[in-house]
Design a protein around this ligand. Structure first.
Ligand code: ASP
Length: 356
C-alpha cells in the first residue's frame, strides 16, 4: 500500500519529550461534507489546518495516512495487517502510536491489533470521532490531543500504558474489552467487564492497577495470519433450522462464535444441538459468548447450556464478541493444533478475559 507521510514540526520552545506515530486510516474524524452534503475523507496531510494547536504539543509527531482513507465499515483483515506492519516496522522509532480509525468497527480492529502485537511494551491508542474535525462541535480535537498525550506518557522511562487501547470521550479502555455502544452521542464506547484504564479531566487520571504491567524485555512479535473462514451465529427466539444449518454448514468453516442468551444459554432442541455437534465433529471450533455486554458465560449453570458444554462448545467467559472473533481468526490462522487453539481461546493472552 502507498502512504502519505508528514512530520509535524512543533513550535514549542523545548525539544520534544516524546515521539508519536499517527496512523490515519479514515473514519468520520477526517471527513468533510462534499457538495451534496455527504461525508467524505479529506487529505489528512492538511490536518494542521484543522488542528493548528497540534503544533503546541511538545511532541515529535509523524503522520502516516492511508492513500485511500476508508470508512471503517469497509475495513478488512488486510487493513489490520497494514496497520500491524506499520507499527512493527516503526516500533523502534517512536514512543507510542495513535491509530485514527472510524468508530463503527474500531472495537474489532483494535481487538485484532491487541492479538497481533505480541509482547507490546508501548502504547497503541485507537481513537476517532462522532463528528468530523471540521465541525465546530466536533469531539475529534479532544480525542486526538488526549490520545497523543497518553501515547507519549512515560514513567521512569517506560510507557504508562503498554497496551492497545481505545480512547474516546474522556475515557481510556482496553481495546479487547471495548464495544461501540452509541452512534449519536459522544460516549461511543463502553467496557462493561473491565474498568476504564484512565479518565481525563483537568488531569489524566490513570487506573494503574488495571493497566497491563510491563513484560520483561522481549522482542515484539507480529502475528498476521488470519483465518477468514469463521462465522458468527446470533441466536434469537424463533430462529429456524434453515438459518442455523446455513451458518453452521458454511463451506470451509473453521471457527464459529455463537452469541447466546444471558450466561451462555441456548435452545435445547435436538436439531440445534445435533447441528452443533456435527460441526464440532468436523473440527469447527465453536465458542460461546453472550449477547449481554456485561457478565460472563457459565456453561452448565442452566440446563440450557449444559449440553453445549457436553458436546464441546468452548465457553468464552467474559470475552466480547469483537475479541472472540478476532482472537479466533488469529489462533486458527497462526496455528493448526486444534487442542491448543481451544485451550488458548480460554487463556488470557493480553487481558481480554478474566478467568473468574
Ligand atoms: N462510518 C464511520 C466509520 O466507522 C463512523 C465513524 O467514524 O464514527 O468509519
Amino acid at each position: 500500500m502507498q502512504y502519505k507521510r508528514i512530520n509535524i514540526i512543533t513550535s514549542a520552545p523545548k525539544p520534544p519529550e516524546a515521539s508519536v506515530l499517527i496512523i490515519y486510516t479514515g473514519g468520520t474524524l477526517g471527513m468533510i461534507h462534499d457538495a451534496d452534503g455527504a461525508l467524505q475523507p479529506f487529505d489528512f496531510t492538511s490536518i494542521l489546518d484543522h488542528v493548528p494547536s497540534l503544533r503546541q504539543l511538545e511532541l515529535n509527531m509523524t503522520v502516516i495516512a492511508f492513500q485511500e482513507p476508508i470508512d471503517s465499515s469497509n475495513v478488512t483483515t488486510g487493513d489490520w495487517i497494514e496497520i500491524g506492519n506499520l507499527i512493527y516496522e516503526e516500533y523502534q522509532n517512536f514512543d507510542g502510536f495513535v491509530v485514527l480509525h472510524g468508530t463503527d468497527t474500531m472495537a474489532y480492529s483494535a481487538s485484532a491489533l491487541s492479538f497481533m502485537l505480541e509482547n507490546l511494551s508501548k502504547p497503541v491508542i485507537f481513537t476517532g470521532a462522532q463528528l468530523p474535525i471540521s465541525s465546530l462541535r466536533s469531539d475529534a480535537r479532544e480525542n486526538l490531543i488526549t490520545a497523543l498525550e497518553i501515547a507519549a506518557s512515560k514513567h521512569d522511562g517506560k510507557a504508562v500504558v503498554p497496551e492497545v487501547c481505545i480512547y474516546f470521550d474522556y475515557k481510556l479502555f482496553r481495546a479487547n474489552r471495548s464495544k461501540k455502544v452509541e452512534s449519536l452521542y459522544f460516549d461511543a464506547f463502553e467496557s462493561e467487564n473491565y474498568p476504564a484504564l484512565a479518565e481525563s479531566g483537568v488531569v489524566i487520571n490513570y487506573n494503574h492497577s488495571a493497566i497491563m504491567t510491563h513484560r520483561k524485555s522481549v522482542d515484539l512479535i507480529l502475528r498476521r495470519k488470519f483465518e477468514e473462514n469463521v462465522a458468527i451465529l446470533k441466536l434469537y427466539p424463533g430462529m429456524t433450522r434453515t438459518y442455523v444449518t446455513a451458518v453452521v454448514n458454511t463451506p470451509g468453516l473453521k471457527g464459529l462464535v455463537m452469541e447466546t442468551f444471558g450466561a451462555g444459554n441456548g435452545p435445547t432442541a435436538g436439531w440445534f444441538i445435533q447441528l452443533l455437534r456435527e460441526a464440532i465433529e468436523r473440527e469447527v471450533v465453536v465458542v460461546n459468548v453472550s449477547q449481554c455486554p456485561g457478565g460472563r458465560v457459565m456453561q452448565g449453570r442452566y440446563k440450557t447450556s449444559r449440553q453445549l458444554r457436553e458436546i464441546g462448545v468452548i465457553g468464552g467467559m467474559d470475552l466480547t464478541l469483537e475479541a472472540a472473533i478476532t482472537k479466533l481468526m488469529i489462533l486458527l490462522g497462526e496455528g493448526d493444533d486444534l487442542k491448543e487453539i481451544k485451550a488458548l481461546m480460554q487463556t488470557p493472552k493480553c487481558g481480554e478475559l478474566s478467568l473468574n
